[in-house]
Design a protein around this ligand. Structure first.
Ligand SMILES: [Zn+2]
Length: 327
């Protein structure tokens, strides 16, 4: 076990062990998922330095000294990640409510209420200057989040989805076609956001029916600091379609295996598919989201933890509300 860093990522769980030489203590979440932070830094060529900066109440994270020029990441559950970099703040696919109602790809039933599991979120965390939308589905943008963000935030959305959002009261929107870039500059900080192809199903027919999805390639630059992040959105690795500029520092895949066994098949990745995608991307760090935190998700995160153990990237799991600073 020497050389392995491990940290429990969720507070409301029981102790458990994964039977693997690289595994450290992991814990079981009440609704059946496992979560752990397992860093295989002994095999990573150049592990990314990181620190937990704060945690939700009762959490185990410690306060670390933080340089101003750091990217800070906070997972708010589901597809919602808050990124802050100096004076620039960005929130991905904001979902603020305790539940959302939509078609259930797992059962084929209409109008199913999908509950948020685990920690209730602080609505004040649904706050940013920019909203990055992978696609306009109810599990990726709810009315509560629109209500909090529509007046002040600048929305970046997939091609063809701006008019519908204007109709729901969003004032400031730019649609980004695949390969288009939006640049934000403030006080010596620059964030470059490029839309990259995403596909909501491995079947192109199902994907066409589900509509356009954007993934995003995001670069964070300030004097002496440069980090890159590739957020997949609801996508799979699709040969001939998936593309990104280079290996990123941080890869953020959507897991959950939503729709597995349902009438249209999977509409988000399972562990094996996400590992395959990560192998192609070759990041330094993988931070999976879109798992465990809503009843919609089908696969425990333990599947990904176990599948990821053999790989050279660091695996990084956040608890909802926890803030990680990337040095
Ligand atoms: Zn989704």
């Amino acid at each position: 076990m020497s050389g392995i860093i491990a940290k429990v990522a969720f507070g409301y769980v029981d102790d458990m062990q994964i039977d693997h030489p690289l595994a450290a203590t992991v814990r079981r979440i009440a609704h059946g998922s496992l979560a752990a932070l397992v860093s295989a830094s002994m095999v990573a060529a150049a592990p990314l330095a990181w620190a937990y900066e704060s945690a939700s109440p009762g959490g185990e994270a410690s306060v670390q000294s933080a340089s101003a020029r750091q990217l800070r990441l906070s997972w708010i559950g589901g597809p919602t990640l808050r990124l802050s970099f100096g004076p620039i703040s960005i929130i991905t696919d904001p979902v603020a409510g305790a539940s959302f109602r939509m078609f259930d790809p797992n059962s084929g039933q209409d109008e199913v209420v999908h509950q948020r599991l685990g920690t209730a979120i602080d609505p004040a965390t649904i706050d940013a200057d920019y909203v990055l939308l992978s696609h306009d589905h109810p599990d990726h943008l709810d009315e509560e989040a629109i209500g909090r963000l529509r007046d002040a935030a600048h929305f970046l959305v997939p091609a063809g989805q701006a008019d519908a959002l204007r109709g729901r009261g969003v004032a400031n929107i730019d649609a980004l076609a695949w390969d288009a870039t939006h640049v934000i500059e403030r006080e010596g900080y620059q964030v470059r956001i490029t839309a990259v192809p995403a596909q909501h199903s491995e079947s192109s027919e199902v994907a066409a029916a589900l509509g356009r999805v954007n993934g995003y390639w995001i670069e964070f630059m300030a004097e002496g600091y440069e980090r890159s992040l590739y957020w997949t959105g609801d996508s799979f690795y699709v040969e001939g379609l998936s593309r990104w500029p280079r290996s990123p520092d941080i890869f953020v895949p959507h897991l959950g295996a939503v729709g597995g066994g349902g009438p249209f098949g999977q509409v988000s990745m399972n562990a094996q598919q996400a590992v395959k995608f990560a192998e192609k991307v070759a990041p330094k760090m993988v931070l999976p989201i879109h798992h465990s935190t809503f009843s919609l998700y089908r696969e425990p995160i333990s599947n990904f933890v176990e599948a990821a153990l053999e790989h050279p990237w660091q695996l990084y799991l956040l608890r909802e509300g926890e803030v990680a600073a990337i040095e």
